[in-house]
Write a protein that binds this ligand. Structure first.
Ligand SMILES: NC(=O)c1ccc[n+]([C@@H]2O[C@H](COP(=O)([O-])OP(=O)(O)OC[C@H]3O[C@@H](n4cnc5c(N)ncnc54)[C@H](O)[C@@H]3O)[C@@H](O)[C@H]2O)c1
Ligand SMILES: [Zn+2]
Length: 378
């Protein structure tokens, strides 16, 4: 039986994935329809006497707010829904202050819990808020985008942006629990959904060949959001993220492999003022670029490179890359993840394995960016 076939077995049942960090141990729960039984799923984690505040955004509230509320009312519990504006532009300190004031006026105290119902923006802002409100109240992450389910909701990174840069203020603050319901992705805009698939693909390249193969063999079903496949894909990606975060909470060593595709990806986003690419789309191009760098550095063999590039392109469309390649190379040197002035590159050695390399010369980066520019014209 192939690895892919084995993977598709455990669908439609509650999966619990443990995350162990020095600051907290918790579980990520994954199940289709989980939002409808959220209160029951949290009954052991969130004591009855705690007040529950849901932080969310209009598009998410419209589709899922009442479903979450009902799950609590079935359990005889009330929730207060607090809405924040949509979009990356609401990841600010002033938004954090508004939400905190709202919490106070609604009577939140230290025996309150925040449920972050939304994508990475809600998760980052509500997580940050929880970490500092009254010196810290618990947060449960309820991610509603594919990116948030497989990535941002797990690991405890929170933050807001400053004018001078993204995520410059933030905390490490692990949630009490994470509830991932693949069904909520049904209402996600198509471009957001596809963008999340590139982040999922990353886990296949860095750690789990079966994820990669699942995406290779089931492209059409995944693009049409087949529930069972999606549950399997999300579960396996979360396992990788949970394992890596458990080994390295603060990104000093092993967690670095999660940056595959992100070195050039982040630079592409910044160079285009965050206007041209969704995060996952930039990571899509970034994975191709890193693979090309890997080939040039003789770390990645050509068959592996072809498979990675082929898989990213199979989940196209990706926006055109129209940047100055020298500009991208310069940005890498000022990247906050750069250590000692040398960009750490995560390069594939085979599907499911990567190496962190810090000897990539500038010209290899420029060459890779020139190549993705050409590919994006095709
Ligand atoms: N903390 C971390 O470790 C981490 C990791 C990666 C990214 N991030 C952050 O995540 C953010 C991006 O998150 P994102 O990609 O989830 O974008 P997002 O949170 O902006 O959500 C994208 C859009 O989809 C809408 N939406 C969300 N769920 C929906 C649903 N189920 N149905 C319909 N609409 C829905 C949102 O309202 C929004 O308009 C960035 O700010 C990034 O910095 C954080
Ligand atoms: Zn990412």
């Amino acid at each position: 039986m192939s690895a892919t076939a084995t993977l598709i077995h455990y669908t439609k049942s509650l999966t619990r994935i443990p995350v162990h960090t020095p600051s907290r141990s918790y579980e990520v729960l994954v199940e289709r329809g989980l939002l409808r039984s959220a209160a029951a799923a949290l009954s052991d984690t969130v004591p009855l006497e705690w007040r529950v505040f849901v932080v969310t955004q209009a598009p998410v509230r419209k589709h899922w707010g009442n479903i979450l509320r009902k799950s609590f009312s079935k359990a005889g519990r009330k929730v207060e829904i607090i809405q924040m504006p949509d979009g990356e532009r609401s990841k600010t300190l002033s938004q954090l202050e508004k939400l905190a004031s709202k919490l106070v006026s609604c009577g939140a105290d230290r025996r309150s819990v925040i449920l972050a119902l939304g994508g990475g923006v809600v998760g980052d802002v509500a997580g940050f808020l929880a970490s500092v409100f009254m010196r810290g109240i618990p947060v449960v992450q309820v991610p509603t985008t594919l990116l948030a389910q497989v990535d941002s909701a797990i690991g405890g990174k929170t933050g807001v942006n400053l004018k001078s840069g993204k995520n410059l203020l933030g905390t490490f603050y692990q949630p009490l629990a994470v509830l991932a319901d693949p069904d909520v992705l049904a209402t996600l805009p198509e471009r957001e959904y596809r963008s999340g698939l590139f982040e999922a693909m990353k886990y296949g390249v860095i750690r789990n060949r079966a994820i990669f193969e699942l995406m290779e063999t089931n492209r059409d079903a995944l693009l049409s959001r087949d529930g069972a496949l999606l549950e399997t894909l999300i579960t396996e990606c979360i396992r990788v993220k949970a394992e890596v975060v458990s080994a390295d909470e603060r990104e000093s060593g092993k967690r670095r492999i999660l940056n595959f595709g992100h070195t050039i990806g982040h630079a592409l986003e910044a160079e285009t003022d965050y206007q041209q690419f969704l995060h996952g789309e930039a990571v899509g191009w970034g994975m191709i670029a890193a693979t090309l760098v890997g080939t040039e550095m003789q770390v990645t063999d050509s068959l592996t490179a072809q498979r990675i590039i082929g898989l990213v392109r199979a989940y196209a469309p990706l926006p055109r890359v129209e940047v100055n390649s020298e500009g991208i190379a310069k940005r890498l040197l000022s990247d906050k993840k750069t250590v000692g002035g040398v960009p750490h590159f995560v390069l594939p050695t085979e599907i499911g394995k990567v190496e962190v390399v810090n000897t990539v010369p500038e010209r290899a980066v420029i060459h890779a960016v020139e190549e993705i520019k050409k590919l994006s014209e095709a």
